[in-house]
Design a protein around this ligand. Structure first.
Ligand code: IPE
Ligand code: MG
Length: 222
């Protein structure tokens, strides 16, 4: 979800107002995804690298996230959305973590749509934390060297045994993966939309899915 800051700047607004608008789009996208029968949505809400922004901006991002969680908790429950946070849990402020965990627990049995929110997430961090867990399990003899393969390794990553993403959408015209789910995106179709995230509406989502549906996925075969 890229381009909140540029969207705001282009309108003479503060960057933080771009994040406020961006949060609204997340809710709309979730409603739309559910309508379209999409089962899993993963958003890159805050990267490990985003800590380098000003304290004011970081605080605002988390404050809008908390407001989002308060406002939409009931809707998430009603719509059967399950919230799952992926990323480091030890650097985010206590208030935000408490709210996130509370909603994870409240929505744990929902099955209509899985909503993964990547917060303080980095794809390389994910691979390293998986390697550390494997090393621990090796030490306690839960796993052997020969027991490590791609499927087993995947299970130690944040998204565990979930299917790999079919489609990755990045907005704002940047054409990079920027340390998102680097392992899981190995065979995903990439779609880059020139619009900034606050301008990404259901028409844009439909366009992305239309483009995706015309792609030929070969997974290395001919
Ligand atoms: C994406 O918008 C939201 C977050 C990273 C939290 P940006 O904040 O990256 O907006 P630009 O890229 O500066 O326009
Ligand atoms: Mg950006």
């Amino acid at each position: 979800m890229d381009g909140n800051g540029r969207w705001a700047k282009a309108r003479g607004l503060s960057r933080t107002l771009g994040h406020k608008e961006g949060v609204k789009r997340v809710v709309e996208m979730l409603r739309e995804a559910k309508k379209l029968g999409i089962k899993i949505v993963t958003v890159f809400a805050f990267s490990s690298e985003n800590w380098s922004r000003s304290g004011k901006e970081v605080n605002k991002i988390f404050s809008y996230m908390r407001i989002f969680l308060d406002l939409y908790k009931q809707e998430l429950l009603k719509q059967g959305v399950r919230l799952n946070m992926i990323g480091r849990r030890d650097r985010i402020d206590e208030g935000s973590m408490k709210k996130l965990q509370e909603i994870e627990v409240a929505t744990a049995n929902n099955e209509a749509l899985l909503f993964n929110v990547a917060l303080d997430y980095g794809g390389r961090w994910d691979i390293v934390q998986a390697a550390k867990k494997i090393a621990k399990d090796y030490k306690t003899k839960k796993i052997s060297t020969d027991g490590i393969n791609e499927a087993v390794f995947s299970n130690y990553l944040s998204l565990r045994d979930l299917p790999d993403p079919d489609l990755m959408i990045r907005t704002s015209g940047e054409e990079r993966v920027s340390n998102f789910l680097i392992w899981n995106l190995a065979y995903s179709e990439l779609y880059f939309c020139p619009k900034h995230w606050p301008d990404f509406d259901k028409k844009e989502l439909a366009k992305a899915i239309d483009v995706y549906s015309k792609r030929k996925r070969r997974f290395g075969k001919v």
